[in-house]
Design a protein around this ligand. Structure first.
Ligand SMILES: *[C@@H]1O[C@H](CO)[C@@H](O)[C@H](O)[C@H]1NC(C)=O
Ligand SMILES: *[C@@H]1O[C@H](CO)[C@@H](O)[C@H](O)[C@H]1NC(C)=O
Ligand SMILES: *[C@@H]1O[C@H](CO)[C@@H](O)[C@H](O)[C@H]1NC(C)=O
Ligand SMILES: *[C@@H]1O[C@H](CO)[C@@H](O)[C@H](O)[C@H]1NC(C)=O
Ligand SMILES: *[C@@H]1O[C@H](CO)[C@@H](O)[C@H](O)[C@H]1NC(C)=O
Ligand SMILES: *[C@@H]1O[C@H](CO)[C@@H](O)[C@H](O)[C@H]1NC(C)=O
Ligand SMILES: *[C@@H]1O[C@H](CO)[C@@H](O)[C@H](O)[C@H]1NC(C)=O
Length: 920
């Protein structure tokens, strides 16, 4: 009975439910989007350029179902419009203008147009009519100009994100006081009127509900007198404060401790100019901190022990400072710590035993320090949750038994330059989650274990370079994961090249013992491959057929045994092409002229022939390095060569070229004309390694001080003209001797006549001058003796005459450098018949022959700059790739700290500028 009753009741309830549901469904179907709003959306779309066709659904009848549009189920009004990177699955998917028709969407509660490209637009005043908005996100939209006061109408706003635009300006902030419900404000990368600077925080913090405040990249003034202005504010209820990248200096940042309260949970001061010791106040006052980012400052001294008081701290980032001293004893306090980044400091000593008590650690990064000592199983077994371990570039040794099974599952392992060998670490086999593995330069002398390629199914980045790892590579076409990036260079791998994963993005296999052909290139599209370095192996066969599908930034096939003709690169090599020192024959094919952005073309040391094609000058205008040395080219040097305004190294030596050196030509080579025209770059050499930056230190073999020399590290500073070993005749154009930026000039072994122009005294950068074995005549100009950097000189076997200018460095060169000039006399050669008053009479034998002084006279600055060269190409390559490949950006940028990301983006911007000025 009771049971029956309940059953009926249940049935009844069920029926009610069903009818409610159908009714509801019915209503939902009846509600259609309002025609006015539909029209407004369509007009809004009209103002946009939809390159990727992300709004293809817009236009069908039911606008509530359009991509990015959300309607109220009750009223049918459009209440949300989210056209951001996540919903559209594309960065900068939409370009164009913000149409005024947006105001017809009066019921909008949430508007998110972030990461669209509205460059040239201001934030429109009409936004003020959308007064129901609670969420407004116009970040990363390339908006510029003044922020309108009309935003003050949006009194319901909870979130106002205008960050990371194109330098929005705030003339005024009074309107903010109307927005009394705001909880998040992001004005990062904006600028504020001077009148606001001193009262900025008062104006913002008038909103007592504010919890999250992002003002990164806002460039606060460094004026110390502003200090008490800040003091008048208190960040009473703030829990998140971002003042990164704001030019804060230690002299004006101490006020922070007087205004922040112990409620602060997250504080980002990265990318400022804070120096001195890290203040104890962080540990003493901001006791609730869970996330503290002090990276990319100039903090010095040891890590203060007071930081260890922050018991709730989960993330501590101290990377890229000048911290020294050893790690303080943890004493079991950092129990909550999950992320610790100490990379790029100068921390010394061994890792204290207590350190491993931070048992919740998931990310431990201490790369590029001077840590010492041995890390053993007993240490690593304590950090059970470790996912990322980066201790590369320290002096650490690992003592782990071959059968050790760690309790963690790493995703990132970077131990480059740690002491791990001689055996390949067997425990790596257990780390099946690993996606990035760097064991380069770790003294491993072992065969790569057979399990390797099968045990790490998620491996995407692999660097095993600079070891003595041997073995053959199995078929890798279905091994590795995602977009594999592989560096096995400088090892002892041998055998044929296998098949590789079709999505491979970079393959560094240089300096091994691979042989056979490169047929693997034909087996797959390799549409993502941007770098292929197979140099210094024993590969052979011809190069035909398989390059059509890839767009390579760097292709290095030099120092192998490839033969046949240069294949058809139809516009698909962008940056660097090395084919040097092979056995290639035929001519330079016209198809090369389509690789218009090439900066390096190196075909030296082959058996190529024909004339130098004019299109090298007309089509390859970005060339920085051109080497065709050691081939069989003949004919004149085409005047089109003179169009190569970016050129820095032009090496046409050891061919059969004839005719004259083109006139009025070298003036066009701006790098030769200006002294020290090279660009110093602050980030040089500071690679954060894959995936953000990789360094391709480019290289080229040139004749340097009379010998062949592979230039790489100091490449960027080198400016060189080498026309030696040809049959060039005529005079040396005087303008060559006016090139203040030229470092090496080699015209030897030709049929040149005439004399060395007096202008030679202007060659302030000249280090090497070789004009030997010509028919040059006349006296040696005195100016040659005054060149400040000249370290190698060869004038032998010409017809020079007269007295060698005395009392100059010319006396310091070995007399053989003047041999074979019948009319030449004076020190270091025997005396002239005419008495020489200034000569002291000590002759050549005592003189120092500078030419053997190989330790390059290039100085530290030059070292810097060379890395830069690699940097420019390499950096651009990877940043370029990341900009293009969104999946990459997601996958990797996520792992990187905000600050590194912005650092790199800054750098990317810088590089883009650099390229514009330098390479375009
Ligand atoms: C509107 O519908 C969606 C799903 O259709 C639901 O998640 C949401 O709660 C509904 N909102 C209201 C106010 O009914
Ligand atoms: C702002 O709000 C006021 C009053 O609600 C209204 O009169 C005015 O038109 C609005 N202005 C803008 C630009 O939204
Ligand atoms: C700070 O407050 C003090 C007293 O409240 C006042 O005298 C001073 O002018 C204020 N300074 C600024 C810059 O607002
Ligand atoms: C911060 O407060 C301390 C006292 O708590 C005071 O000595 C110091 O001068 C204040 N600093 C600033 C910059 O106001
Ligand atoms: C691999 O490691 C070596 C040595 O540590 C380094 O020089 C090289 O740049 C790394 N390769 C890549 C692709 O990052
Ligand atoms: C170079 O290639 C030619 C054929 O084109 C061949 O006869 C010769 O043996 C090769 N030389 C070397 C050193 O491999
Ligand atoms: C120098 O370069 C310009 C183009 O940049 C070209 O028009 C001119 O002809 C070049 N000079 C010579 C001598 O080729």
């Amino acid at each position: 009975m009771d049971y029956e009753k309940r059953k009926t009741k249940l049935l009844y309830a069920f029926l009610v439910l069903v009818s409610i549901c159908t009714l509801k469904g019915g209503i939902a179907e009846v509600i259609r989007c309002k025609e006015t709003e539909r029209q407004a959306l369509l007009k809004f779309k009209k103002g946009l350029v939809d390159e990727y066709d992300v709004l293809s659904s817009w236009g069908r009848s039911e606008c509530c179902k359009w991509r990015g549009v959300g309607c109220s189920n009750k009223t049918g009004h459009v209440i949300s419009l989210h056209l951001n990177e996540e919903t559209l699955d594309q960065w900068h998917a939409l370009r164009g203008n913000l149409s005024k028709n947006l105001v017809d969407l009066r019921h909008l509660i949430s508007l998110d147009l972030s990461s669209s490209d509205f460059s040239g637009n201001k934030i429109p005043e009409f936004v003020g009519f959308l007064d129901k908005l609670r969420y407004l996100n116009l970040s990363s939209c390339s908006l510029a100009g003044k922020v309108p006061n009309q935003l003050g109408n949006l009194t319901s706003l909870r979130t106002l994100d205008l960050g990371r635009n194109n330098g929005l300006e705030f003339p005024d902030l009074d309107w903010l006081s109307n927005l009394s419900s705001l909880s998040l404000v992001d004005f990062s990368s904006s600028s504020f009127a001077a009148s606001l600077k001193t009262i900025l925080f008062q104006k913002i913090l008038i909103i007592t509900s504010l919890k999250n405040l992002y003002l990164g990249g806002c460039e606060f003034s460094n004026d110390k007198s502003l200090e008490d202005a800040y003091v008048n504010s208190t960040f009473a209820s703030l829990s998140v404060l971002d003042l990164s990248s704001s030019s804060l200096a230690s002299s004006n940042f101490h006020w922070l401790f007087n205004v922040t309260t112990s409620d602060l949970v997250s504080m980002d001061l990265s990318l400022n100019a804070l120096d001195g010791p890290i203040p104890d106040e962080f540990g003493q006052k901001l006791v609730s901190l869970e996330d503290l980012d002090l990276s990319n400052n100039r903090f010095e001294g040891p890590i203060p022990k007071s930081l260890w008081n922050l018991k709730g701290l989960k993330r501590l980032d101290l990377a890229w400072n000048n911290l020294t001293g050893s790690l303080p004893d943890f004493e079991g306090t950092m129990v909550s710590l999950e992320v610790l980044d100490l990379s790029y400091n100068r921390i010394t000593g061994s890792v204290p035993e207590s350190f491993w008590g931070a048992s919740r650690l998931e990310i431990l990064m201490a790369s590029f320090n001077s840590l010492q000592g041995v890390i053993s199983e007993s240490h690593l077994s304590k950090v059970l949750n470790l996912k990322r371990l980066e201790l590369d570039y320290n002096s650490l040794a690992f003592n782990l038994s071959p059968d050790w099974v760690p309790s963690f599952e790493l995703e990132f392992l970077k131990l480059s330059n740690c002491m791990i060998g001689p055996h390949f670490p067997a425990w790596v086999r257990t780390q099946s989650e690993i996606s990035q593995l760097d064991l380069s330069s770790t003294n491993i002398s072992d065969e790569l274990p057979e399990w390797f390629w099968d045990s790490l199914p998620k491996l995407e980045f692999l660097n095993l370079s600079h070891n003595h790892i041997s073995g053959r590579l199995p078929d890798l076409s279905s091994k590795l994961y995602g977009h594999p990036y592989i560096d096995l260079s400088f090892n002892e791998f041998s055998g044929f090249l296998p098949s590789f994963h079709p999505n491979t993005t970079a393959l560094y296999l240089s300096n091994n013992r691979f042989f056979g052909t490169i047929s693997f290139m034909c087996e797959s599209n390799f549409g993502d491959l941007s770098l292929l370095d197979l140099s210094n192996n024993q590969l052979s066969g011809n190069l035909h057929g398989c390059w059509e599908n890839n767009l390579l930034d760097v292709l290095d096939l030099s120092n192998n045994k490839f033969s046949g003709e240069i294949p058809n690169f139809s516009g698909n090599v962008f940056g660097i092409l090395h084919l040097g020192n092979n056995n290639l024959s035929g001519i330079l094919p016209y198809s090369l002229s389509t690789c218009q952005s090439l900066s390096v073309l190196d075909v030296g040391g082959n058996r190529l022939t024909g004339t130098i094609p004019p299109w090298i000058g007309t089509n390859l205008a970005s060339l920085v390095i051109l080497s065709i040395r050691g081939n069989k080219f003949f004919g004149n040097i085409p005047t089109e060569i003179c169009y190569l305004t970016q050129i820095q190294i032009i090496d046409l030596s050891r061919n059969n070229l004839s005719g004259k050196i083109p006139l009025h030509c070298f003036k066009n080579f701006t790098n030769f004309v200006k002294k020290d025209s090279t660009i110093p770059y602050p980030l040089a050499g500071t690679s954060y390694s894959y995936p953000l930056v990789y360094i391709t230190v480019d290289k080229i073999v040139v004749q340097w001080k009379g010998q062949e020399f592979e230039y790489s590290r100091t490449l960027y500073l080198l400016t060189l003209i080498d026309l030696s070993g040809n049959r060039i005749d005529g005079n040396i154009p005087a303008e060559i001797f006016e090139m203040e930026g030229l470092v090496s000039l080699n015209l030897s072994e030709n049929h040149l006549r005439g004399n060395i122009d007096q202008a030679v005294r202007r060659m302030a950068s000249l280090e090497c001058l070789d004009v030997s074995k010509n028919q040059l005549s006349g006296e040696i100009p005195a100016g040659l003796g005054t060149l400040p950097r000249l370290a190698f000189l060869d004038l032998s076997n010409n017809n020079f005459s007269g007295k060698i200018p005395s009392g100059t460095q010319l006396q310091s060169f070995n007399e053989s450098r003047y041999d074979g000039n019948i009319g030449l006399c004076g020190p270091p050669l025997p005396r002239c018949n005419v008495p020489d008053m200034s000569s002291s009479g000590d002759h050549g034998k005592h003189s120092k022959d500078v030419e053997n002084d190989y330790s390059p006279s290039m100085n530290l600055k030059e070292f810097y700059i060379t890395i830069v060269f690699g940097f420019i190409v390499g950096f651009w390559v990877i940043i370029g790739t990341l900009i293009l490949k969104k999946s990459w950006r997601y996958a990797y940028f996520n792992f990187f700290d905000r600050n590194i990301e912005s650092l790199c983006l800054k750098a990317a911007v810088y590089m883009t500028k650099l390229r514009q000025t330098k390479f375009e």
